[in-house]
Design a protein around this ligand. Structure first.
Ligand code: NI
Length: 155
């Protein structure tokens, strides 16, 4: 589902940001979009440091890609909504992202490497695109079959 823009920059938005970060760290993910946890608001968090360097948390409110590099690369990608499923996805190697912080101030930042990939993945979530939408038809069919089987096991 496509997320709706955030217009309120009060305590609610700040606590949503904090609980998204907590949930992401608990799940040991590097990114999480609000609509993945059922909140259809345009907010995503990410931290690509993976505990290897000092924490590098980002709160992206109403993020959008303003520039994409022409060069793409293909990397294995996962998603907290599809545990243990990975797929090779081609994306621009670098992007410029415009986003607000929880006070409503606009920022523009250049992302490359894993941060670029992660930000694009989270913005896809907010736009209602799942990472499997980028997969080949066959790969997508396999993932959907596995998810259906998992869900039927859960009853
Ligand atoms: Ni995801």
């Amino acid at each position: 589902m496509k997320a709706t823009p955030i217009t309120d920059f009060g305590a609610k938005t700040k606590s949503l940001a904090q609980s998204l970060l907590d949930t992401m760290y608990d799940a040991q993910g590097i990114g999480l979009a609000a609509n993945q946890v059922g909140i259809v608001k345009k907010m995503a968090v990410m931290d690509c440091s993976r505990g290897e360097t000092k924490p590098d948390p980002y709160i992206l409110v109403n993020p959008e890609i303003v520039r994409s590099f022409d060069i793409e690369n293909e990397e294995e990608e996962g998603c907290l909504s599809f545990p243990s499923h990975f797929a090779k996805i081609s994306r621009p190697v670098a992007v410029d992202i415009r986003f607000q912080d929880t006070d409503g101030t606009w920022h523009e930042e250049h992302f490359n490497g894993i941060k670029s990939r992660c930000a694009q993945h989270e913005i896809d979530h907010l736009n209602g695109t799942l990472f499997i939408d980028h997969c080949s038809l066959i790969k997508r069919r396999i993932i959907v079959q596995k998810m259906t089987r998992l869900n039927s096991l859960k009853g």
